[in-house]
Design a binder for this molecule. Structure first.
Ligand code: 13P
Length: 251
């Protein structure tokens, strides 16, 4: 059985003071049993969050990692081994903001996925189509290709310890959410693609939905059979709202 996961991607937000407040707010939340919870602060705040949430049932992840897993001469990057050392257990790879704004290629994303796993971190592979691609009815093709890049390079067994996040680009930070049926269709296609290689791996992989998830729409989304939780951006910066989303995953 898959336990739901609710993950908060804090993106490039936070100061030491606001992060301290968020930690305190999260610490007060009643988190439902059987729901895994994770937050992804900026690299700068990982140590503060790991310390602040010590003993709580909240895992900490990073928003990206270097293509090389080991420390070395790569100015400005952070190695997966350093993230692991800092207390992270997960890392996002291939977020659309990195693919589309910062130029991460499919090959980069695959290397980051492999680097994360080689250090014992769980990669959260983000996939999703732009509005233009959706309107051209290319959604399943685009998402299928992003997924196939990693499966072809690393093999299906790599997904035995990975999470997939479907985040339609047009739904990120726009207030537009994919309808539960729209999201379910893509989630089912992702699982079917994995099942084409290994049914057992496919049945165990958590597939999260991301894109304007909030307390008001979470329960409906999480009620779909192939939606195993959410990757939450803006709403994760409010501890009470994020707590409510976590509780929606428990129902
Ligand atoms: P929003 O929830 O702000 O739309 O962001 C989604 C996202 O990109 C999470 O990774």
């Amino acid at each position: 059985m898959r336990h739901p996961l609710v993950a908060g991607n804090w993106k490039m937000h936070g100061t030491r003071a606001s992060v301290a407040e968020l930690i305190e707010g999260l610490s007060r939340q009643a988190l439902p049993a059987g729901v895994e919870v994770a937050v992804f602060p900026s690299c700068l705040h990982i140590a503060q969050v790991v310390r602040g949430l010590d003993g709580k049932r909240v895992a900490v992840g990073a928003q990206d990692c270097a293509v090389e897993s080991a420390p070395g001469a790569l100015t400005g990057e952070v190695a997966a081994s350093q993230l692991q050392d800092a207390g992270c257990s997960l890392v996002l790879v291939g977020h659309s903001e990195r693919r589309l704004i910062l130029g991460d290629s499919d090959a980069d994303v695959t290397r980051k996925f492999a680097a994360a796993q080689s250090c014992g971190l769980t990669p959260v592979l983000c996939v999703g189509e732009t509005l233009e691609q959706r309107e051209a009815e290319q959604t399943l093709e685009v998402v299928g290709r992003q997924l196939a890049e990693v499966i072809d390079a690393l093999g299906i067994d790599a997904f035995a310890k990975a999470v997939v996040a479907y985040e339609p680009v047009w739904a990120i930070g726009t207030g537009l959410t994919a309808s539960p049926e729209q999201a379910q269709q893509v989630h089912a296609a992702i699982r079917a693609q994995l099942a084409g290689q290994d049914a057992q791996v496919a049945a165990g992989v958590k597939i999260l939905y991301g894109g304007s998830v909030k307390a008001a729409n979470a329960a409906e989304l999480f009620g779909m059979p192939d939606i195993d939780g959410g990757l939450v951006g803006g709403a994760s910066l409010n501890a009470d709202e994020f707590g409510a989303i976590c509780r929606a995953a428990g129902n």
